[in-house]
Design a protein around this ligand. Structure first.
Ligand code: HEC
Ligand SMILES: [Cu+2]
Length: 381
């Protein structure tokens, strides 16, 4: 891919015109509808503290700026040369000249310590994890989030919604399965990663800490208002970094309890089915595979299998998908290192993988007639 560079810009185009062109190019991509000047409104005690600290330091900065500008402006005006002003050679001997060296630094230090004291108590709050009622382990991987409710032994993957599903405006902001959390409940997050550094960041509800492979970081929140809160991976984690948005759906405690109860029951039923050694018909696999494909694969390969070449290859008519079964199973289970094609072996069970692969081999005119069984996937792991 050749990127346009400054070197390739014709000489005749001045630097100023380049800047104007760059700004104009940015305009349509900015979300004007939601453009706000300040940080998002906090909805938890800790993020409110962070927000207040930010406001306080901002106002200190604003007032210092105003005072300095007024002082410099007044001085330039009052002692301008045209009125015959002459530099004061005895300034350092006067009262202000003598004492300002002491008084000004003392004032500045006092201000610094005032900010430091507030910042210190905020940091104490950041580390005040406490006993939580709900603990969620958040694992970042290239390029999706896995949420595990530790008290319920229930986990799921949260994936980018395709452009078709999300719509033009919400694309890259919405996911298929948001993290669901109860309001007015102390929640503890355990952050880790499966491959490289990521960072789970939802500014309204929690502070940001890196997700590091083999290491656990903790953050906490008490969400005070029901609603949908959004965030992004905040640590550059590779070519798919922009494809792992975060959504947190905050609901009432009763709604949360019901939701988690249903999910756990569903999961148990699915596990029993996958372990049952049943031989599946092509139709059954296709029916199961379509939904899974649309959930996990369509963001890149598209619902119609056409992909988004050259970044994401088409699966409709692909040589691998229409002939070589072992290679097909291998790339889905193990991924392809160094590309955006992730390994799905750890995220999905044998039945789910067999269903997706069978779907790919028979959808969009691929019509191979193959029915890849869970046992085939198991053997290839
Ligand atoms: C984040 C984007 C992304 C997602 C999500 C994704 N893939 Fe891929 N996939 C790719 C890329 C990129 C390649 C090309 C890798 C390469 O360079 O060979 C690829 C290649 C493939 C290939 C090989 C195609 C060929 O003709 O060589 C298959 C099969 C495949 N993906 C299946 C899947 C399945 C099944 C899923 C869902 C479980 C999935 N992919 C999810 C990005 C993605
Ligand atoms: Cu990331």
């Amino acid at each position: 891919m050749s990127e346009p560079s400054f070197a390739s810009v014709p000489r005749s185009m001045s630097r100023a015109r380049l800047w104007v062109a760059a700004l104009l190019a940015l305009l349509p991509t900015m979300g004007w509808a939601e453009m706000k000047l300040n940080l998002p409104e906090p909805v938890s005690p800790l993020t409110r503290e962070v927000f207040d600290l930010h406001m306080m330091t901002t106002w200190v900065g604003v007032w210092i700026m105003v005072i300095v500008i007024l002082l410099v402006g007044y001085t330039l005006w009052k002692f301008r040369k045209s009125t015959g002003a002459v530099a004061d050679q005895e300034f350092h001997k006067g009262f202000f000249g003598t004492w300002s060296w002491l008084v000004v630094p003392v004032l500045v230090l006092g201000l610094d310590l005032t900010i430091a004291d507030r910042a210190n108590s905020t940091f104490d709050q950041v580390e005040n994890i406490g006993d939580a009622e709900v603990t969620v382990k958040v694992t970042g991987s290239q390029w999706k989030w896995t949420y595990e409710y530790m008290e319920h032994d229930y986990s799921f993957i949260s994936n980018l919604k395709s452009k078709e599903e999300a719509g033009e405006y919400d694309y890259l902001r919405t996911v298929d399965n948001p993290l669901v959390l109860p309001v007015n409940t102390r929640v503890r997050f355990l952050h880790t990663a499966a491959d490289v550094l990521h960072a789970w960041w939802v500014p309204e509800i929690a502070v940001k800490k890196d997700s590091i492979p083999g290491y656990i970081n903790e953050t906490w929140t008490i969400i005070e208002k029901e609603g949908m809160y959004r965030g992004q991976c905040a640590e550059n984690c590779g070519v798919g970094h922009a494809y792992m948005p975060i959504e947190v759906k905050a609901v009432s405690r009763a709604e949360f309890d019901q939701w988690i109860g249903e999910r756990v029951a569903e999961k148990q039923a699915a596990a029993e089915l996958a372990a049952s050694n049943k031989v599946w018909s092509q139709d059954e696999l296709m029916a199961e595979g379509e939904g899974l494909y649309n959930t996990y694969c369509a963001a890149c390969h598209q619902a119609n299998g056409a992909g988004l070449p050259p970044a994401f290859p088409a699966l409709a008519g692909s040589a691998m998908v229409t002939s070589d079964i072992p290679a097909h199973i291998d790339i889905v289970v193990n991924g392809k290192a160094g590309t955006a094609m992730a390994a799905w072996g750890a995220q999905l069970d044998d039945l789910q993988l067999a269903a997706i692969i069978t779907y790919e081999r028979n959808a969009w005119g691929n019509d191979t007639g193959d029915a890849v069984q869970p046992a085939d996937v198991k053997a290839a792991r």
